[in-house]
Design a protein around this ligand. Structure first.
Ligand SMILES: [Zn+2]
Length: 121
């Protein structure tokens, strides 16, 4: 079951995923909820939840990005919220964090699942 991978790379990947989620939610909160510096209660809850899910991800550290993950470990309400955040911030993230987003996209392209679950919003 072991794969010949660099464990350091997995760790970096997880860190990047965490940073991406933090940046996305912070951006979303600032734009949508008008906060500065700190997240509002809802977004803080969402971020805490996302990081917790990430920490317990059964695919870690070689996981695909959450957006492409074959296992939707988020509970429905949280999933709706994180999908909303991703949708709203996609363009902005690309402008503000091109490298994070670019890598995120690369991860997505390299993931095991095909394009699916694209909302019509
Ligand atoms: Zn917020």
């Amino acid at each position: 079951m072991t794969q010949d991978i660099d464990p350091g790379a997995g760790e970096r990947r997880m860190k990047r995923e965490r940073r991406t989620i933090e940046a996305m939610i912070a951006l979303y909160c600032r734009r949508r909820h008008g906060t500065k510096g700190a997240l509002c209660g809802d977004c803080q809850e969402l971020l805490g939840y996302a990081l917790q899910r990430l920490a317990h991800c059964p695919f870690a550290p070689q996981k695909p990005t959450c957006a492409r993950c074959p296992v939707h470990c988020y509970r429905p309400e949280m999933r709706r919220r994180i999908v909303e955040v991703m949708r709203r911030t996609r363009k902005l993230m690309f402008l503000r964090h091109p490298i994070l987003t670019f890598r995120h996209l690369l991860d997505a392209l390299g993931g095991p699942t095909k394009r699916a679950d694209r909302g019509s919003g």
